[in-house]
Write a protein that binds this ligand. Structure first.
Ligand code: GRF
Length: 223
């Protein structure tokens, strides 16, 4: 009996290093398409190189930002994807779209949520490190299901990393990114095999997956 493929669509806006990691580390999921609100996003080249259908949506071709985003939503909804993966997608999703796909959208964010929602997380984390005289010395990334408010929704897993006293913003960002590249494919894979599930607004994770994640240095099912 043929096993059912877990089909995902990935949304990006830029360089696509997380997309690259999702391509390279795919075990139990298949990337059906990659969409970008920026047709010149380098990430689209990674997708095309890997033979994945890739589509860029040029803002100037639409009468408004809303029309631009609606075109992307229509493309997503043409096919029955099992999961919508935001990998550096820099647009805010419409509430209606999020509600319609509740439990089927995941995002990666470069901080240990709920701390440091929004942009420029590395700079803000470094400032807090300095102001706390080195006491606030942990940073990291979070994969979470997407609810309507920005960078909110049930946290699935986090990958922490240390802040070093001599870190520049770029060095810290790079250390966090290395963690993102480990965490994201691992989580998507576990969702694909249903070891991680969205259940009535919360995350359900089986014990073996929790243990495996912890052995990899991840924080699992943080509430
Ligand atoms: C990552 O830091 C991710 O956490 C954030 O946007 C960035 C995307 O980087 N949401 P890349 O395009 O995957 O390299």
């Amino acid at each position: 009996m043929a096993t059912q493929v877990f089909n995902i669509v990935i949304l990006i806006s830029g360089r696509g290093s997380n997309l690259r990691s999702l391509i390279d580390n795919a075990k139990s999921y298949r990337i059906g398409a990659v969409l970008s609100d920026k047709p010149d996003a380098t990430g689209l080249d990674h997708a095309r190189y890997a033979g994945i259908p890739a589509f860029g949506f040029q803002r100037s071709q639409y009468s408004s930002l809303l029309e631009h985003k609606l075109a992307i939503y229509r493309e997503i909804e043409k096919k029955p994807y099992d999961l919508i993966v935001l990998a550096g997608f820099m647009q805010i999703l419409e509430n209606e779209f999020v509600q319609k796909h509740r439990g089927k959208i995941v995002n990666i964010h470069p901080s240990l949520l709920p701390e440091y929602k929004g942009l420029n997380t590395h700079r803000r984390v470094l400032n807090a490190f300095i102001q706390s005289a080195g006491k606030k010395n942990t940073h990291g990334c979070t994969v979470h299901y997407v609810h309507s408010a920005i960078d909110s929704g049930p946290i699935i897993a986090q990958a922490p990393c240390a802040i070093e006293p001599k870190d520049s913003e770029a060095q810290l960002a790079d250390r966090v990114l290395q963690q993102e590249h480990r965490l994201f494919p691992w989580v998507i894979d576990k969702i694909a095999i249903q070891n991680i599930q969205y259940q009535s607004g919360t995350v359900a994770i089986d014990q073996q997956t929790i243990s495996e994640g912890r052995s990899l240095g991840f924080k699992i099912g943080v509430t």
